[in-house]
Design a protein around this ligand. Sequence first.
Ligand code: SF4
Length: 621
Amino acid sequence: MPGANYILNRVQKPARYVGGEWNIVRKNWESVSVKVAFAFPDTYEVGMSYLGLQILYYVVNSRRDALMERVFAPWIDMEKEMRERRIPLFSLESQKPVSDFDILAFTLQYEMTFTNVINMLDLAGLPLHADQRTDKHPLVIAGGPCAFNPEPLSDFIDLFVIGEGEEVLSELLDLWIDLEGKANRERFLVEASRIPGIYVPSLYEVSYKDGKIQSTKPILGEIPVAVTKRVVRNFDKVAFPDRPIVPTTEIIHDRIMLEIARGCTRGCRFCQAGMIYRPVREKSPVTLVSQARKLVANTGYGEISLTSLSASDYSCITDVVRQLLDELQGRKTSISLPSLRVDAFSIELAKEIQRTRRAGLTFAPEAGTQRLRDTINKGVTEEDLLTAVSAAFDAGWSALKLYFMIGLPTEKMEDIEGITLLSRRVLEKGLSMGVSPGRAKVTVSVSSFVPKAHTPFQWEPQAAQDYLIDMQKTLKKSLKEKSLVFHWHDPRVSFIEAVVARGDRRLGKALEKAWSLGCRFDGWSECFNNHLWQKAFELTGIEPESYAYKKYAYEDLLPWDHIHTGVSKKYLIREHQRAMSAEVTPDCRAGNCPGCGLCAEFLTEPELYGGRKIAEIQDVV
Ligand code: SF4
């Protein structure tokens, strides 16, 4: 990176930009046919905490004919220095400009990083719009959960990978090599659009009538009308990096991440991950213990985090935790479970975990009353929560975190009051069990509901910002005990998140305007600038309320309807209707398949260990 040495002493955290960590892969550029820059549109500390990066880095670098290097969004200070000295965006491994790569691959984990995507294209010296780029430029691709509504970024991205990337990325690289992709960009895009799970937005045309989407259609006959997500089969054997990169600077999740399962069977009606990562697939205990052994040996970390959407749902979690602790005892390695559901938590599990260091525990009841928990299909009761927290207090924890949402569909004042009552009950439980008042602490974290594509709540509007701000104030006032700590998420950020999450192609110009006005790192409270966002909407004539506050009818064509998760719309409508009458739908892990349609479509079924079986798969109900 020419000139970078002069600027590293002028920026915060230079370690973000130097590379050279343990276990990185540095290949000879001349020896490979395709070079991929993996771009994470947030800081190094956030990006390096993301397991998907390590997995795809491993998948691509395992190939002899390809290489992958990493690039992160430079923080504000670094961007300023880079722009002043005309230093282009560069990769960490070889410090080469991003424009020298064949493919620039973004992962889209969060809507509030979209202005960083645009900024990184600009810093790389690339034309922002896909239709302005030529054979001289890298192909710009994107994947991750936000690609399930790709439309707001469709002006900027050449193609999207929908679903799990392990296999489809390799297929894409094979095609690139076969077709000499860089020299045949247009042909490559057409051929790529035939790979299942690939969406090329320039090959689809959107028409509107009276401001509403009327159709989204392919412009060529041989292109699929809808793009169906990719799912990894035989998850137990899927490529897994047993030699992950170990950062030399502190990152957000600074520990081994061992992915124990993918997907979730619960069917919470607000949760996009629960819909897009179906079906649930678990890794076998034998695989997990073997992977853990290698990970500890190859990284030197003292903590393993068992990751999945809901770690305690793993069929034989207590057994696996015990086996891992036995295996790792001599190495002083602790285990943490970052995502716990209140009902599956057991005293036994709490005790197993605290055999070593005691990590923080977070429980997510999400809503303050039973009626609202049933509406969102959370499927847990107050008794479940109190049993779970009792187990935690009994096992020695004194500080717990509770996570709630406000603005959920059908919410009433009593649901808001319920958050305070429930939090107070948890605290009282701890005190009654002998936790000293000086040490007892319940952190109550409250965010705002954001309607997400492909969920039963995709048709629902977000609650008005003034209402959300009022409710946050109400909660702040009522949670006044010293041992109850209130954390809240800025509803103005949630509003932009809702606009982007339900956005269509027309929103791209507002994103670009927001970026050009200076929006960066919008998910960071110190960077978020609501005024600039409002100005961007004004200048582009976009009414953000029409995205965030719109209540869709079931017959309306949604901006993401041509992206198919495998979960049928009929099922989502039924789930929405059941939500409105606060009816719960059982978990398919418990043996009742509620017929979301996915297993029938993908000719698959959930992969569970520990002897549990799912009852016969139902067709779409
Ligand atoms: S089809 Fe049934 S078993 Fe399969 S993911 Fe959907 S609800 Fe679960």
